[in-house]
Design a protein around this ligand. Structure first.
Ligand SMILES: [Zn+2]
Ligand SMILES: [Zn+2]
Length: 258
């Protein structure tokens, strides 16, 4: 059984934040919700901000960093990102307190957990995903990814718990209301991962993760049921339909994998 428990506090284009816990330690990936919402959703799993050991940021887009200004005024929790991402965040919001800012170059040990960042292809200055390892378990966080690079595939390989973007259904996006330049951006190699691409990434792994959490679903260009069915169909066509537990993260409520 995975050493990690995941609670998706919020997931989607209006704000992202994932809580990853080992029992002893609690980490957030991204802080794209208000401080008030963070407090309230952590409360739903019996935690408060003081229980957080560290926060890791993937990139500077608003839906991943929105709550930082208020958060850093109130709390001293260390927040890690790449140097270039921090620069971009601080230009956008100079009110963020510098005392919280930490730079992660590659690997970092936080207590019993080893954290590694890896590059993802996305239209931000220096976007990264994260891999957390503890007691032989591996948890990978992959969202805001235009396509599956070798680094993305390696991050997902051997994960027991995988948080994976399933942003859009390609047909819904193409036929939807978004203006052409936005459709192009999302479909580009520095945009977002489709349901199908998420499914094929999973189908090509040597081992299907125990827990899969589909994340960052578009509210305009996707449906939770469609994302789930698309991924399940691809796995069953590849004769890989096993007992993996697949969850779909949501914007407006927490989703737990335990
Ligand atoms: Zn983004
Ligand atoms: Zn995003």
């Amino acid at each position: 059984m995975s050493a990690f428990k995941v609670t998706m506090l919020a997931s989607g284009s209006k704000g992202n934040s994932a809580l990853i816990s080992t029992g002893k330690q609690n980490f957030l990936i991204d802080m794209g919700i208000s401080c008030r919402m963070l407090t309230s959703r952590l409360g739903e799993v019996g935690l408060c901000v003081e229980d957080l050991d560290a926060i890791f940021l993937t990139h500077e887009h608003t839906d991943h960093v929105k709550g930082l200004g208020t958060f850093t005024k109130k709390y001293a929790v260390p927040i890690y990102s790449s140097e270039l991402t921090w620069r971009a965040i601080l230009i956008k919001d100079p009110k963020i307190e510098r005392r919280n800012c930490r730079i992660i170059g590659g690997a970092l040990r936080c207590g019993e957990v080893e954290v590694n960042s890896f590059e993802i292809p996305h239209d931000a200055v220096d976007p990264h995903g994260y891999v957390l390892k503890c007691n032989g378990s591996k948890c990978a966080y992959i969202t805001d990814t235009g396509f599956v690079t070798e680094a993305v595939r390696q991050a997902a390989e051997d994960a027991d718990t995988l948080i994976l973007e399933a942003n859009h259904d390609v047909e819904m996006l193409k036929n939807g209301i978004y203006p052409p330049h936005l459709k192009q951006r999302i479909l580009s190699t520095r945009g977002h991962l489709s349901n199908e691409s998420a499914g094929y990434l999973l189908a090509n792994l040597p081992r299907i993760p125990e827990n899969i959490i589909l994340a960052h679903l578009s509210q305009e260009n996707n449906l939770p049921r469609l994302a789930l069915d698309t991924v399940r169909n691809i796995l069953s066509e590849a004769s890989l339909f096993n007992d993996a537990r697949i969850f779909v993260a949501a914007q407006d409520k927490i989703v737990k994998d335990y």
